[in-house]
Design a protein around this ligand. Sequence first.
Ligand code: NAD
Length: 336
Amino acid sequence: MNIAVFSTKSYDRRFLDDANASRGYAIDYFEPRLTAQTAPLAEGYPVVCAFVNDHLDAQVLDHLAANGTRMIALRSAGFNNVDLARADELGLIVARVPAYSPHAVAEHTVGMILSLNRRITRAYNRVREGNFALDGLMGFVMRGRTVGVVGTGQIGAATAEILLGFGCRIIASDPYPSDELRSKGIEYVDLDRVFTDASIITLHCPLTQDTQHMIDQTAIDKMQPGVMLINTSRGGLLDTRAVIEGLKDGKIGHLGMDVYEEEENLFFQDLSDRVIQDDVFARLLTFPNVLITGHQAFFTEEALTTIAETTLENISAFDHGQTVPNTVTSARIVSG
Ligand code: NAD
């Protein structure tokens, strides 16, 4: 069974090779992202393995299916980059890695909250220049603060549990509330109450048609002055232009982002010698109270091991004609 892996970095190769050692699949690694231009590279491969910024739109899926591909093995939990309706029509199996250490993303989320609150990156730069002044570094105590968690699936739940340990009050919004989290003291409220009551809001729901730009001007207007907003989920949850306006007028006091709606042209590459052409992103970089990381929240040994293992388990089931675990279909999106 031949597998074409797109968006390959050295670490993908290392962990996939380890997971494949006992299986012996013929894996070919391609550095480029999967797009309409690069799809011909996948011709003749029954399995195409893709990551978060690969384009699996109808045009690409049509090309893959017409040239022998029968399975898309996503190395991610999110599948917003796949036209699932078209995949279903073409009979393509799409499998994902539903959980690859939710704790990795939750811990990074909390790291962003603490860094922004206590201005740790600013302090780091100051101290290196011999500036030990404290002006501009004042934070707040987390204990007793109200944190709003939007989406209490695996990552949202793990984040909420860490923050409970800090003594925060957690309010949450999710169409499917968890009794287990309720029993731990998390209060479910509607999304508007999260916007109005929380001084920190952290997003952990998937990107769908319903959640696209859930943080827009109207939502920001409802929030507390100086609110801290954290997005480690998917960039499209934020209307970035509205968020920039919120930062300019001080309504948003802190912004932490590990994802960005136009990240596919930026993230996972070394662009340090180039001029950034994305003016919206460049504007975000000018704010002292904005912390951006380049989609690294998952990036731990544990997560990469699980991604590689689960991806090859999904492929192995397909190879052996078994029911493929962790599949996603358009019907599943409709049912949530
Ligand atoms: P999950 O499926 O376990 O949980 C998602 C939760 O969101 C579910 O409980 C669902 O009911 C809820 N939800 C759906 N629509 C909602 C809405 N409109 N409002 C509130 N809640 C809603 O997923 P997960 O594993 O917790 O991952 C969450 C997201 O994190 C993924 O969709 C993915 O986009 C992102 N992610 C980011 C990274 C990273 O490295 N930054 C890594 C993995 C996942």
